[in-house]
Design a protein around this ligand. Structure first.
Ligand code: LLP
Length: 418
């Protein structure tokens, strides 16, 4: 469920017509609905009612301070993967006691910053990382709370670039190695071993891979208990898919029910790291048609947003719904919606039936709230776009459009070229 809908032929975000925002801030821009985000968070959180749990929003999906603050107010924690994400989460006043830190390549200064902030848990991804966190915690005269991220070797049946829990992926520690690494972790004086974690992939549209992963981790927890290693946090990662096109992902409630059934008898706290399912359908990218052209074989609709603004179609061949901001009677044509970037891979939609749109009109790429702005770049020296948050009848600029001056920030011409 989301709050982007048509009223009298005009696309609205909650109570605000999209065209009114475009008139004020120009195009392109990302547009988020506060009501949708809150609703998604609450539905997800409620799905785990009755079992002690923390919902740690995956900051990589959508890292804007206002969005993080909104989720924090609702009770969310954060799943971070870098010092930059830690900084963002803290700036948004998210509770460090609800922050978990995953990632295969944590640097010493990032580890130090996270220890200093007092985060809940490091999800450790290699044997060497165990040693490094122990060393740094020792220097700081404190103990690091850690869990091991396990690679459960589960095929999540999603795009290969976003599946992470297969043996061939770089993530986590092999199940077979896990006991040995836990034993080693227990011997390290500056670690407090309290967690088991996994994250098997993203945009997963079945419950089975999650259930299988849970089963494997449960067995591990039971074996650890026999070694007197008491697991207090079980982190099942993120990954629940959303509907972009015709996918039929499980409703969060179903996902919750199935997992809760699997968790029966376990005495620990559950951590979840949803990103896409909270933010994906809470945001759109609004862009303007610049030109249309017909080649002998194809129709192109050229818009002012490109693959630097929304990389997913180019990178993964992802589908985003294309909605005109104003509905009018007109024919459907087969066309590609392309951006101004100098690459043939620069498209938001490829060879798809869509309304024959005209220069000057606004069009929205739907379901762009997760991994949209957060993956955007300045390629082709394009300033990153503005971000707008709607709440009810009002809208707020939560990130200004970048300027050309910002593009060259920090660059300098050395003496010998002057
Ligand atoms: N936890 C960890 C450790 C992760 O690596 C991820 C996502 C998540 C949680 C959140 O997963 P979600 O609930 O959003 O599926 N750029 C890709 C998605 C990459 C996901 C990376 N990790 C895309 O645009 O589809």
């Amino acid at each position: 469920m989301h709050h982007f809908h048509y009223q009298n032929g005009q696309l609205y975000c909650e109570g605000v017509p999209v065209k009114a925002i475009a008139a004020k801030v120009g195009t392109p821009f990302y547009l988020y609905s506060a009501a949708t985000l809150s609703h998604h968070y609450q539905v997800f959180d409620r799905a785990f009612e009755g079992f002690p749990h923390i919902v740690c929003f995956a900051v990589k999906a959508k890292a804007n301070l206002a969005i993080l603050r909104l989720l924090a107010r609702l009770g969310a924690g954060a799943d971070i993967v870098s010092g930059g994400e830690l900084y963002r989460a803290l700036q948004a006043e998210m509770d460090p006691g609800k922050i978990v830190y995953s990632g295969v390549g944590k640097r010493p200064e990032e580890i130090r910053a996270a220890l200093k902030a007092g985060i809940l848990l490091f999800n450790i991804e290699s044997s060497q990382e165990l040693g490094e966190i122990n060393r740094i915690a020792g220097r700081m005269h404190l103990k690091a709370r850690v869990g091991l991220r396990i690679n459960p070797d589960i095929d999540p049946q999603t795009h290969p670039y976003i599946s992470t829990g297969l043996k061939k992926n770089k993530f986590g520690i092999d199940l077979e190695r896990a006991l040995e690494d836990y034993r080693r972790a227990m011997e390290l004086p500056h670690l407090e071993v309290m967690g088991v974690a996994c994250h098997i992939g993203s945009q997963i549209t079945e419950v089975t891979p999650f259930v299988d992963a849970l089963e494997r981790l449960k067995e591990l927890i039971q074996r650890l208990a026999k070694m007197d290693i008491n697991i207090r946090y079980l982190d099942l990662g993120g990954g629940l898919g959303i509907q972009y096109d015709r996918e039929t992902p499980p409703h969060p409630q179903e996902y919750g029910q199935v997992l809760l059934r699997g968790l029966e008898g376990l005495d620990c706290r559950l951590i979840l790291e949803p990103g896409r399912v909270l933010a994906g359908n809470a945001g759109i990218l609004v862009t303007k048609v610049l030109y249309t052209k017909e080649s002998t074989t194809k129709n192109f609709i050229i818009v002012d947003a490109g693959m630097n603004d929304l990389a997913r179609p180019s990178l993964y061949g992802s589908y985003h719904g294309i909605w005109p901001v104003a509905i009018r009677e007109r024919p459907l044509i087969k066309a590609s919606l392309v951006g101004p970037i100098c690459e043939s891979g620069d498209f938001l939609a490829k060879d798809r039936e869509m309304p024959a749109m005209q220069p000057g009109e606004l069009v929205a790429a739907m379901s762009a709230g997760a991994y949209g702005f957060s993956m955007s770049s300045n390629y082709n020296a394009r300033p990153r776009v503005a971000e707008i948050l709607v709440q009810d009848q009002d809208f707020y600029v939560i990130r200004k459009r970048e300027t050309h001056r910002q593009l060259i920030w920090g660059e300098s011409i050395p003496e010998f070229l002057k």
